[in-house]
Design a protein around this ligand. Structure first.
Ligand code: ARG
Length: 458
């Protein structure tokens, strides 16, 4: 039976491959955050009030130098996690030890891979949530711009997919924008929950040395440390489901937007035309312009939700304390986030390039679309609503097609087709953008201070 000597014991080769699973490749994404977490941990160790000092200030500098080197290698795609490392944590320790000897062997003092991976994932989630927020706000802004451009373009408002009442393209587009802005609130909530530092919880039960968890949290730019060290580990998996849940809400909005695009670009409607470069052809039918992007967004919404439920299912029966099951959440977590971001990025330019066919939209206005407006006109003349309703219902054939532009111009109350508050949308989008800028800046500042060099590297 072939075996391999690893940092943490001799392991059968097949067992090593099985247990490391996809970590060897997935953890490549975590190299940078793993080094950042280690820099903070070592800075704290160098200040720990024990005699003699565990790590001197000079040694701290040497470790940080080694970590900056690893970050540089990773950026160039030249830092390799080997199977014998099992994961990023031991790959970094191996590299530091090769460079620094005994000093490298000290960095793991008062730490476990359990709290290390937990902090890595939170740092990773932090960055990913900021990018997602920015991309969500950008798509919302694209929809608002589209809606504003076509503010007064009438569009039949539907319920049960059947013609209902006069509406506008502006109302349709900004409905999806507002949904995305609400989704940002979910992302912000996930961001706040995630913004807690689990480092120092070690294997799940703390350590018998005077570590300073608050200092580590501050050095890493977290809002605060998680409190209970056992919860710090139980929180893994829970944090992922919260983040993926917020992502799934974004995808819910995107899927419905995509579905609307598919419906309203059908030749039978032809209200909208997608930019030609966003459509794909058929290998047999020369005329085809298929909305594959929209179909895939709809499908990917299912996958992101499945990722959330996948992690939920992994942890719901998980006993307290670290369990290796958690490793399986990593792939779902990363994939769910990457998928959501890819969908946000592909849709923004598609929305911006979508054409509107005013004539086709106007053609949708059959006289029955004005039935409710007519009933309310009668109410204005003094008739009780239910009587007006019955009067119109019994005389539907008498309904006249009125100018749909005039019809929507009468809808001026809060949030109605002609009562859309553009400043409201701008205010909410700007708020998200400002938050992202502020947090990015604070994180860069904290990490730059920690590494003693500008981060992210210019
Ligand atoms: N790769 C592991 C994970 O993702 C790291 C933690 C390993 N901890 C352990 N006790 N084996 O969970």
């Amino acid at each position: 039976m072939a075996k391999q000597k690893t940092t943490v014991g001799t392991i059968d080769n097949a067992v090593l491959a099985f247990t490391a699973g996809r970590d060897v490749e997935l953890d490549q994404v975590l190299v940078e955050v793993d080094c950042i977490g280690t820099a903070a941990h070592v800075a704290m160790l160098s200040k720990m009030p024990v005699k003699p000092r565990l790590i001197t200030e000079e040694e701290r500098g040497q470790v940080v130098e080694g970590l900056v080197e690893i970050i540089g290698l990773a950026r160039k795609g030249k830092f390799r996690i080997q199977l014998a490392d099992q994961d990023v944590h031991l790959a970094v320790e191996r590299t530091l030890t090769a460079k620094l000897g005994d000093l490298g062997k000290k960095v793991h003092t008062c730490r476990s891979r359990n709290d290390q991976v937990a902090v890595d994932l939170r740092l990773y989630a932090k960055q990913q949530l900021l990018e997602t927020l920015e991309e969500t706000a950008a798509l919302a802004a694209a929809l608002v711009a589209f809606g504003r451009k076509h503010e007064a373009v009438p569009m039949v408002g539907r319920t049960h997919m059947q013609p209902g009442m006069p509406s506008s393209v502006g109302l349709w587009a900004t409905a999806h924008a507002e949904s995305l802005l609400d989704d940002c609130e979910g992302l912000l909530h996930a961001y706040a929950l995630n913004d807690q530092c689990p480092l120092g919880s070690a294997a799940s039960y703390g350590v018998p040395l005077p570590i300073d968890r608050q200092l580590v949290s501050d050095l890493l730019g977290f809002a605060r440390p998680t409190h209970n060290v056992l919860y710090a580990n139980n929180g893994r998996g829970k944090m992922e489901t919260v983040v993926l849940g917020a992502m799934a809400q974004v995808m819910l909005t995107l899927s419905r937007l995509a579905q609307d695009f598919m419906l309203f670009t059908m030749p039978e409607f032809a209200y909208f035309r997608l930019p030609a470069e966003f459509c794909t052809g058929s290998s047999i039918m020369p005329q085809k312009q298929n909305p594959d992007v929209c179909e895939l967004v709809r499908a990917k919404a299912s996958r992101v939700k499945a990722a959330e439920l996948g992690v939920y299912d992994l942890v719901k029966g998980s006993p307290t304390g670290y369990n290796r099951d958690l490793q399986e959440a990593k792939e779902l977590f990363m994939e769910g986030i990457a998928t959501t971001r890819a969908c946000l990025r592909i849709l923004a330019p598609m929305v911006a390039g979508t054409q509107v066919d005013r004539q086709k939209l106007a053609d949708g206005f059959t006289p029955d679309v004005f039935a409710t407006d007519r009933a309310l006109e009668l109410v204005g003349e003094g008739m009780p609503f239910r009587d007006a309703y019955h009067h119109v219902k019994e005389n539907l054939h008498e309904l006249e097609r009125i100018d749909p532009v005039a019809a929507i111009r009468r809808k001026t109350h809060l949030g109605a087709p002609m009562g859309l508050d553009w400043a409201y949308f701008r205010h909410r989008t700007n708020g998200v953008e400002a938050f992202v800028r502020k947090e990015h800046k604070a994180f860069s500042k904290a990490v730059s201070r920690l590494l003693g060099t500008e981060y992210p590297a210019p």
